[in-house]
Design a binder for this molecule. Structure first.
Ligand SMILES: [Zn+2]
Length: 269
């Protein structure tokens, strides 16, 4: 039999799909792969950052201020007194790798946060709400607890994570990166992180005053107010329900046999 070569039919290498549909599929597929790789990379970096020694973190962020922070005057009495209180409380954490800096944000909305490098921010609104030094000490002690557990590194937003990663690699500090406090506090802490921070905060307060009287008084007031109003919504949105915290703190005090009576120190302003 003689083989008669036959020309393949016209367009055999062209798929039956419309070329635009094919291009679309390709683009979607490539994008999906790219996004998956990027997400994986950020995830790996987040874990890697957690292993950056606290000392390195403190150096990277020394002198750093969030871009969106409106600070009060350096001569503000509340600023000086609260910084002194932070120092006294931090003294009970013997191996603290940070030199804690306190700043007051000129906002009427109550909030407190722990930011990289040992920066603690409280708002004017929070200071307006506290009625004794013991109440303030617990709020600050709680933030110290986040540093202790390094929660503040786990709560970083994606953009900050990537910037920080390159800062670590290149050895630059982050002062010029324009990082905002709101970039960092995008993700809240888990319930477990919060209750661990509460436990540490209470232990610090107890070491400072010899008792935990009125440490949770601020939250007792907030829990009993049915209409909390705008002034404290920010703090409540980033922390567990005040009623639950009060209960948990009472439990810790009883469990550890800590005094719940004792002299309450008035605010110095
Ligand atoms: Zn917290």
């Amino acid at each position: 039999m003689k083989f008669i070569p036959k020309k393949p039919r016209e367009g055999i290498n062209v798929s039956d799909e419309h070329p635009l549909v094919e291009a679309g599929t390709l683009i979607v597929g490539l994008t999906a792969i790219f996004v998956a790789i990027a997400l994986l990379l950020v995830f790996v970096i987040e874990i890697a950052l957690y292993f950056v020694p606290a000392k390195t973190e403190a150096n990277l962020f020394s002198g750093w201020m969030p871009e969106d922070l409106v600070t009060v005057s350096p001569a503000d009495e509340r600023l000086n007194q609260t910084q002194l209180l932070v120092n006294r409380l931090a003294a009970h954490w013997a191996e603290a790798p940070y030199e804690f800096r306190l700043e007051i944000d000129d906002s009427d909305i109550a909030n407190a946060m722990a930011l990289p490098g040992g920066l603690i921010i409280v708002t004017q609104g929070l200071l307006d709400q506290v009625e004794s030094e013991n109440e303030l000490a617990f709020v600050l002690g709680h933030e110290l607890g986040h540093f202790r557990n390094r929660d503040h590194l786990r709560a970083l937003g994606r953009g900050v994570v990537i910037s920080l990663f390159f800062a670590v690699i290149t050895g630059n500090d982050v002062a010029g990166l324009g990082i905002k406090a709101t970039d960092i506090t995008l993700r809240g802490f888990s319930r477990e992180q919060e209750s661990k921070a509460d436990e540490f905060g209470l232990a610090v307060v107890r070491s400072e005053y010899g008792h935990v009287n009125q440490a949770s008084r601020l939250f007792e007031r907030w829990a009993s107010e049915t209409d909390n109003g705008l002034a404290i919504t920010a703090y409540l949105s980033t922390h567990p329900q005040p009623g639950d915290r009060v209960e948990n703190l009472r439990f810790i005090a009883v469990r550890d046999g800590w005094r719940t009576d004792g002299q309450v120190t008035p605010l110095s302003w």
